[in-house]
Design a protein around this ligand. Structure first.
Ligand code: HSE
Length: 428
């Protein structure tokens, strides 16, 4: 049997302890599959004296994750601390500077510093693998870098934040408000310490930026992701969109357009009957479209101990087998700087407009849309709630800028009862 592969694990939270459990439970299985023993030699966490439900006494302890990364008996630094900067980044930099491979679940660190880290790793003959950083247990990084490696990718889409999907589907299924379901998500422990990371679309945006880099061979550019969270989604939008045959999802879409790379993470309507429309609770789904393969759909748990640790171990197993894929699937020096394109692909839009219930109100709104070159596909008016009349409009395909022009012109009509809501309808 080849020499053993020795892991140093920094971070013993849910994912870290999950990794320890898999290594302990499946030592024989992993050795059979890789031809090498995979062992943990040292661990590190913020607090040493904490009951974690796993045996750690056989491993050396380091208070400092950088010291852990640099130990001579650590071959692979497994970074499961999180945080875009600080100790996670310092220890990762130390590991790759020493030529050690890194396996991480840290989407924020890679979304913000991925290019620099990948270049440094490459210079030092190391690789950084991050299957666990995107969509938890779904092997989407592997699907893109390996399974679809011979495709020119057309589009990458996904629901990649389970918390948001839980909130939206609970609202849909129970008719409760955003605030009520948000509180339930907090009680269930679904929310990140900073909930804006979830409901503001940032966590999912990090994941989309990482997939874009692999899919389109571009330097990871989180700053160019158009971000919009789910905080403003109302139960009225969910119910009325459902009435028109749609579901609202926090959907990430990345595609290379004639004007550059479009990356959006925002609430979108998708057909209720589509796989994305049917995605319930905290589950994730990623849809990949390549020129040869067509469309493939991957679905599974996007968070949690078992699924995320499973993804971490997939990377460890690759390294044990000697599979060394560059960080973003091609040499970091070859990744191009993307030109960001903001919502350049036209789409139909759903609009909810509260009108004052008076003669000619609807006609004035239709005129504003017509003046902006926007054609109406379908329209529905609901029972009047004196003195307003809620109107739903589904447009034909239009550009976001034409829609913005129309929305900007609407207040001057004098018939609006509140700000119009506009949500893109994604063709999936
Ligand atoms: N908070 C994330 C989610 C999991 O709800 O999907 C970690 O990225």
């Amino acid at each position: 049997m080849a020499e053993k592969l020795r892991l140093g694990i920094a971070g013993l939270g849910t994912v870290g302890t999950g990794v320890v459990r898999i290594v302990q439970r499946h030592a024989a299985l992993i050795a059979e599959r890789t031809g090498r023993a995979v062992e943990i030699t040292a661990v590190s966490a913020r607090t040493r004296d904490k009951e974690r439900g796993v045996r750690l006494n056989a491993y050396a302890w380091e208070d400092d994750p950088t010291a852990l990364a640099l130990r001579p008996d650590v071959d692979v630094f497994v970074e499961l601390m999180g945080g875009s900067d600080g100790p996670a980044k310092a220890a990762t930099e130390a590991a790759i500077a020493a030529g050690k491979d890194v396996v991480t679940a840290n989407k924020a660190m890679l979304a913000l510093h991925g290019q620099q880290l990948a270049e440094t790793a490459e210079k030092n003959g190391a690789v950084i693998r991050f299957e666990a950083a995107v969509a938890g247990g779904i092997p989407v990084v592997k699907a893109l870098t390996e399974g679809l490696a011979a495709n020119e990718m057309a589009r990458v889409m996904g629901v990649m934040n389970g918390t948001c999907n839980f909130i939206l589907t609970e609202m849909q299924n129970t008719g409760r408000s955003y605030d009520e379901v948000f509180r339930e998500a907090a009680e269930l422990g679904y929310l990140e310490a900073d909930p804006t990371l979830d409901v503001g679309g940032i966590d999912a945006g990090h994941k989309l930026a990482l997939l874009s880099a692999i899919a389109f061979g571009t330097q990871v550019d989180f700053g160019a992701v158009e971000l919009e969270g789910i905080e403003k989604i109302t139960i009225e939008d969910i119910e009325q969109a459902a009435d028109m045959g749609y579901r609202i999802k926090l959907l990430g879409v990345a595609q290379m357009t004639g004007r550059g790379l479009e990356q959006r993470m925002s609430p979108c309507l998708v057909p209720a009957t589509s796989p994305l429309g049917q995605l319930e609770a905290a589950t994730n789904m990623v849809v990949l479209e390549g020129d040869s393969v067509g469309q493939i759909v991957l679905r599974g748990a996007g968070a949690g101990e078992g699924p995320t640790a499973s993804a971490v171990m997939a990377d460890v197993v690759d390294l044990a087998r000697g599979i060394r894929v560059p960080t973003f699937g091609r040499p970091a020096q070859g990744l191009t700087k993307p030109t960001p394109a903001r919502s350049s692909v036209p789409a139909p839009y759903y609009m909810r407009i509260e009108l004052q219930d008076k003669p000619g109100a609807l006609a004035r709104i239709a005129t504003v849309l017509g003046d902006a070159g926007i054609s109406i596909d379908r329209m529905r008016q609901y029972g009047h709630v004196d003195p307003t009349a809620p109107v739903l409009i589904v447009t034909h395909k239009t550009s976001r800028s034409a829609l913005n022009d129309a929305i900007a012109a609407m207040p001057a009509t004098g018939v609006l009862a509140s700000d119009p809501v506009a949500i893109r309808i994604e063709e999936v």
